[in-house]
Design a protein around this ligand. Structure first.
Ligand code: AMP
Ligand code: MG
Length: 492
């Protein structure tokens, strides 16, 4: 617990604000009536030298609700464009996000961004606000993903206010403060490309390279190298999503981070009953962003970035070569992660078939994704064990499972796998706890009733997703019946 800190003493700077004024609009957040503290993340706070106790002081509540501006802050909203659901959408921009500046910490400079802090020139039809429900979801999932070691923006804190906000029903307002080294998106580049402004395009690319990819300045074609590196990071990020069953829900190019971070948590979901065609976003009727489509859409989005960078890259072949790294990087990362999930430490030519038949069995039986992989850590090479029976009981097609288990067993024997060692290794990569929609919903319902303890409890459990935590085993349970009609949409 640190002592209270004055907002004006925060050593904020703003490197993005050094870009020319056509990249953003400077503006003040719009105050909310009587804001109050809802939640904070201690690990995020530590990244910028703060504590949850400091964030709960009246002065910082005012600051992170957008009711006060720190002396060294240069608040701004950035402009960007993007492709939404595969269609060029033109100008979008921070319609409700305001960048306060950056704070230095153990992981380097982190930008602090308020989400839901009022109207901006980019609000279009929106009200500039975010509701408590979506803020809790974004906050909890950012922190859960970080604990799963998946590249992501972070959630620092949530401040709430009783101001009514109209969505499908009347909800109340909240401001979630997010952190990332940068919130520049693929759409930030597309913006200047589609406006035919090569000078601004280059300024943005040079800023991103100099600030976040300085090693690329020495490359013969730094812009092609940037495209290749972002493509590589995007492929790796999505391989990690697939490996934990995370579905983003709105993989529009304006939600794709130039740093390869999971960005903009809206109608996301974690896979429960396994179905590769699962669509987590109720608004996405075509299933463009289904689980199975995510890797392909990630590649498509990199093409949109590549198109935008063409005036800087120059040669089509150079761009194609950069984009060509996607499939290999995705396949290698996903393959590596699957080997780890199955506790295999060697490679075998038949592994791809082994994985494929497992996914087919899981699909046919709608096996719970998280619980299955966690339980697989208990598999024993000795055929008769109770652990294997429990696994087998997760499948409708028992004979199919027996056949698969036989092949898995042979494979494990082949690399002299030891049950106890393999379980330890598998438990370290197959989470027991993920942010299931129903868990988030319980925390949201209590938060709406002004009880925030469940947010803190969930946050604590999800900060150690690989630990057994037997006292919290209920949080690994399958969704209850009432959750079957939970729908998440773009409404936030
Ligand atoms: P999203 O699909 O949530 O990433 O949002 C797409 C665009 O809509 C972004 O430019 C957002 O800033 C903007 N937007 C979403 N909700 C609102 C809102 N309530 N008020 C203003 N702009 C919004
Ligand atoms: Mg967005």
């Amino acid at each position: 617990m640190g002592s209270a800190i004055r907002a004006d003493d925060l050593p904020l700077s703003n490197s993005f604000a050094a870009l020319p004024p056509d990249f953003y609009t400077r503006l003040m957040p719009t105050p909310l009536p009587a804001p109050y503290f809802v939640a904070a993340s201690s690990s995020s706070a530590a990244l910028v030298g703060l504590t949850p106790a400091q964030l709960a002081t009246p002065e910082l509540v005012e600051l992170f609700a957008g009711n006060a501006v720190a002396a060294r802050s240069l608040p701004l909203s950035a402009v960007y464009s993007g492709h939404q659901f595969g269609v060029w959408a033109g100008q979008l921009g921070d319609g409700r996000a305001i960048l306060l500046g950056e704070l230095n910490g153990p992981a380097g400079p982190m930008e602090l961004q308020l989400k839901g802090a009022g109207l901006t020139p980019y609000s279009r039809m929106g009200d500039g606000r975010a509701v408590l429900r979506s803020s809790v979801r974004e906050f909890l999932c950012s922190e859960a993903m970080a604990a799963l070691r998946i590249p992501t923006t972070r959630g620092l804190c949530i401040m709430g206010a009783d101001q009514p906000i109209l969505r499908e029903t009347v909800e109340t307002a909240a401001v979630v403060t997010r952190m990332a080294p940068s919130f520049v998106r693929f759409g930030s580049f597309e913006h200047w490309y589609h406006r035919n402004k090569p000078a601004q395009l280059q300024q943005l690319a040079d800023y991103v390279i100099a600030t976040f990819y300085p090693e690329l300045t020495a490359e013969a074609n730094p812009y092609a190298a940037l495209l290749a590196e972002v493509t590589r990071r995007t492929a790796r990020m999505i391989a990690h999503w697939q490996a934990v069953g995370f579905m983003h829900g709105v993989m529009n190019t304006d939600n794709m981070s130039i740093l390869g971070l999971t960005l903009d948590y809206g109608p996301f979901g974690f896979m429960e009953a396994f179905d590769p065609a699962h669509i987590c976003n109720h608004t996405d009727q075509q299933g463009r962003y289904s689980y199975a489509n995510q890797p392909e859409v990630g590649h498509w989005n990199c093409y949109a970035l590549g198109q935008a960078l063409m005036p800087l890259i120059g040669e089509v072949e150079a761009a194609q070569e950069a984009l060509g790294v996607y499939q290999g990087e995705f396949a290698a990362t996903f393959d590596y992660l699957l080997h780890a999930k199955l506790g295999l430490h060697s490679e075998d030519g038949a592994d791809a078939a082994l994985f494929e038949s497992l996914f087919a069995l899981m699909t046919a039986s709608h096996v719970d994704f998280t619980n299955f992989f966690r339980a697989l850590g208990n598999f024993t090479i000795d055929e008769g064990s109770a652990a294997n029976t429990a696994l087998r009981d997760m499948f409708i097609d028992r004979a199919g499972f027996d056949d698969w288990a036989g092949r898995y067993r042979v494979r494990l024997r082949q690399e002299h796998s030891v049950d106890s060692e393999r379980k330890l290794a598998m438990d370290a990569v197959n989470p027991k706890y993920v942010l299931r929609n129903y868990l988030a919903q319980v925390a949201i319902d209590r938060a709406i009733a002004k009880d925030y303890a469940e947010i803190d409890k969930l946050q604590a459990i999800l900060s150690r997703p690989f630990d057994e935590q037997p006292e919290h085993a209920a949080y690994a349970a399958l969704p209850p019946d009432w959750a079957s009609d939970l729908e998440v949409s773009c409404s936030s």
